[in-house]
Structure formats: C-alpha cells, structure tokens
Design a binder for this molecule. Structure first.
Ligand SMILES: [Zn+2]
Length: 206
C-alpha cells in the first residue's frame, strides 16, 4: 500500500509499504525487524530517516505465528474494539518495538507468556529500586544458559543488561503449563494480546 510521509523539511514523499510479510518466504526480514531497520524510509529531499508504523500482518508459520501489528497510535483503539470470535491472528502486537522483541522471542523458540512474565518480575524489582524512574524491560536474546534483557530508564541514555538463568525460565514455563490462568499470566493477556503493557496501561484503557 502506498503512504505519504510528511517530513519536517516540508517535503512529502510517497512510499510503498507491504501490508503483509511472510518470514518463512523472506527470512531477511527477521534480522531487519529485530535490528529496527524494518520500514525505515529516507526523505527524498533532506535525507532524514523516518520510522513510521503502518499496520501490518506478519506471518511466520514455522513458528505458529500470524501476528496483527498495530501502530502505537492505535493502542487506545485496540482496547476499545470488540474481540473477534474467529480471528485469523494468533496474536496482536502494538508498536514496532514490540514487534522487534516478539520476533526475537519466536526466533529463540521461547514461550511468549513466560518471557512477558519474567519481564514483569524484572520490572517489579527495578521499580522497587528506582521508584521515580520510568522503566521498561525488553527481551534481547538467548545465550547458552541465560536469557538477556535490557532495562531502559534507570539512567538517562544508558541501558542496563540483565541476565536471567535459563533455569528460571524453565521453572516459570512449568508454572505456566500447570496453571496458565494464574497470576501473573492472567494479568499479561487481554484478548489475543499478550504483553507487559496490559499490566502497565493507564486506568482509562481498562
Ligand atoms: Zn525531509
């Protein structure tokens, strides 16, 4: 689909953006998305890089995923709209940073609910230590015996790296399998959207 992008330099340029991509057919997108290089466009006049968020379907059948990706601007709309009884989507994501993180989680063969639960625990701990800061936690990648997360917001312009032992992941996975409707898992899901953002959303989105 063609979109017009207005630039601060007063130039408006037109780009062609896909409405659906298939990561099995075009695996090059995987690293592009994770690196934040997906859907970047350069102004034809001043060369400024734009990162607009267009709605897109991301299919990754080999990972069992058909994801509906909404722009961050549509977050309120998502909570207000009715749940579809028969959705073709296995999950929803809001904003491209969530897309980048989710693709890394799927690439590494991890259970989404469990990764979000670990982020929730890490956030609770960080919030306790730094109650005045606006902190966010993002999954990065899997190493031999640990999962790496980045914590943003503890210090300006700095990212704290947190490694969680795989044994904790396995234990949380066992908890999830035993009782998927227990907390914190139940808090992390709204409709087909599994995200720590469901816990953090302001009251007007509840
Ligand atoms: Zn420009």
């Amino acid at each position: 689909m063609r979109h017009k992008i207005p630039c601060f330099c007063d130039n408006t340029f037109t780009v062609d953006a896909p409405e659906e991509i298939d990561l099995d057919a075009e695996p090059r997108y995987v690293e592009d998305i994770i690196a934040g290089n997906f859907m970047n466009f350069v102004c034809t006049s001043c060369g400024k890089k734009h990162k607009p968020e267009f709605p897109i379907t991301v299919k990754w059948n080999s990972k069992g995923a058909v994801l509906e990706v909404l722009p961050e601007l549509d977050r309120g709309l998502f909570y207000r709209r009715k749940e579809e009884k028969k959705s073709a989507f296995t999950g929803a994501l809001i904003g491209y940073p969530e897309l980048a993180e989710r693709i890394a989680v799927l690439r590494d063969g991890l259970k989404v609910e469990v990764v979000e639960a670990i982020k929730y625990y890490l956030l609770l701990k960080a919030d306790e230590a730094y109650p005045d800061e606006e902190i966010s936690v993002w999954y990065q990648h899997r190493a031999d015996s640990s999962l790496e997360f980045h914590i943003h917001g503890i210090k300006k312009e700095e990212v704290a790296v947190m490694r969680v032992p795989l044994t904790l992941y396995e234990k949380t996975l066992a908890d999830f399998k035993k009782n998927p409707k227990s907390e914190p898992f139940s808090l992390l899901r709204v409709k087909n959207y599994v995200s720590i953002q469901n816990v953090l959303r302001p009251d007007e989105l509840k």
